[in-house]
Design a protein around this ligand. Structure first.
Ligand code: F0G
Length: 446
């Protein structure tokens, strides 16, 4: 689809962002010029996907669309069982309902906020075992999404097996900057997990982008096709949750896939309760058709190469302008290091959110805070958790913008950078939800 975008004036944006209580989620889309809030559900579908939409089978049970998706999942990802869900967090809700209980511990590589939310909602605990290198934005490491095996083993040793329902590996790791996990690391995590008899679940929203990085950065895989790499990646997982709004290149959808028939049966109960019957689970037939095609398209080298090069194009421009960003550049987004960008603002004033507001005021470009607001409060102490990284994420929708748009974004951020010394006040919270607050938080100038 091609969509109209609208320009606005600075004084209009000043009013709008104030009305939005300095939370960019509250803006109307027509108040945004270039929308880099998320790469989730914002991609453009292909001619083949749109054609498949016409062939959707909307039968309540046993639709052919369900089987089209089943074939794609079996062929590309290698899982015999799957359940459709309406999006990624729904997959988490269903699977975690079957797996987790209060007091459990779930190690992983910087769990995404909905994943952490669903773990903490069940009074379980997410433990971050990402390698330390991920938390220095200027340090170059090819796989900053990797898990630190020592950190992981410490967690596995410290708790009885009954309290560790699974290890969650997020590919690519969104929260550390769209950073990939190496095949070597996936293999080692699985071996360690097997030693302790703990299942491994991949949070797979951007699995194809992860495979692209394995091909380009891991010598042993340079001659493998993306589809071969993807297939091998998933041999190191017992199950996966998927937000199909990313590497499924659809506007809405998700699924859980697994090897265990027992898990399938257990999760089916919750799928029927929360999502829908097991052969549609919150998705319409036409959407399952489009997703089956999307999975095939996103696992082609040509598509991934143009996409990830566009992200790097923006990263290079910003680096040229002296703007500090997470390096190497991630798969779906460029993450601006807000603490380095605005070193004079105290961490209590939501530095990355302030930067997001400034970029919006500058040119109507909407990014998203991946920092203190997103990190939520500690569930026990209710104090702010200040993450190591305070980032402004500029997520690039798939197959939507051109590099001309990237030039505008880079120039806008350069203008903010040039006047950064004049930004002396951050933000403070006036209202917040107890969990996943960043979606609805309200703020004012500090
Ligand atoms: N896992 C990861 C790694 C994600 O990035 C997301 C969503 C989800 C799970 C949840 O999926 O949105 O379909 O329910 N990430 C979006 C983002 C929202 O902007 O990064 P969902």
């Amino acid at each position: 689809m091609v969509e109209t975008i609208r320009k606005s004036t600075r004084s209009e944006r000043e009013q709008w962002v104030m009305d939005a209580r300095y939370n960019l989620f509250n803006l109307k889309s027509e108040q945004v010029f270039i929308d880099l809030l998320t790469d989730s559900g914002t991609g453009a579908m292909s001619d083949h996907q749109w054609s498949e939409m016409m062939l959707g089978d909307e039968s309540y049970a046993g639709a052919s669309s369900y089987y089209k998706m089943k074939d794609a999942i079996e062929e590309l990802l290698g899982f015999p069982y799957y359940l459709p869900t309406h999006q990624g967090r729904a997959a988490e809700n269903v699977l975690f309902s079957a797996l987790m209980k209060a007091g459990d511990v779930v190690p992983g590589n910087t769990h995404f906020d909905t994943t952490k939310g669903h773990i903490e909602f069940r009074k379980a605990k997410a433990v971050d075992c990402t390698i330390d290198e991920a938390f220095d934005t200027q340090l170059i490491h090819p796989f900053k999404g990797n898990l630190d095996l020592n950190k992981l083993e410490k967690v596995l040793k410290a708790h009885p097996k009954e309290n560790i329902p699974c290890i969650i590996v997020t590919v690519t790791c969104n929260s550390s900057g769209g950073q990939p996990v190496s095949m070597q690391n996936l293999k080692e995590v699985k071996a360690l997990a097997e030693h302790y008899d703990i299942p491994v679940v991949f949070d797979s929203a951007r699995f194809a982008e992860n495979a692209y990085f394995i091909k380009n950065r891991e010598e042993a895989y340079k001659d493998h096709s993306i589809k071969e790499i993807v297939k091998e990646m998933f041999t190191y997982a017992d199950a996966m949750t998927m937000s199909a709004k990313k590497d499924g290149i659809v506007n809405m959808g998700g699924f859980i896939a697994m090897r265990s028939e027992q898990w399938f049966r257990d999760a089916s109960v919750y799928n029927i309760m929360f999502e829908g019957f097991v052969t549609y689970g919150g998705m319409s037939g036409r959407d399952m058709n489009a997703l089956a095609v999307g999975l095939r398209e996103s696992t082609t080298y040509e598509y991934l190469d143009s996409r990830i090069r566009q992200v790097a194009y923006l990263g290079e421009k910003l680096t040229e302008y002296g703007i500090p960003v997470q390096k190497p550049y991630g798969g779906h987004a460029i993450f601006v290091d807000a603490k380095r960008f605005l070193p004079n603002l105290p961490k209590e004033q939501y530095v990355a959110q302030k930067l997001a507001v400034e970029l919006y005021l500058e040119a109507g470009v909407r990014g998203v805070e991946i920092g203190t607001l997103l990190a939520d409060r500690d569930p026990d102490t209710r104090k702010n958790r200040y993450p190591d990284l305070e980032l402004l994420r500029l997520a690039i929708p798939r197959r939507v913008y051109t590099n001309n748009h990237m030039d505008v974004v880079a120039a806008a951020l350069k203008n903010v950078h040039d006047r950064r010394d004049k930004i002396t006040r951050g933000l403070k919270i006036t209202r917040e939800a107890p969990i996943m607050r960043h979606f609805t938080v309200e703020l004012e100038n500090a």
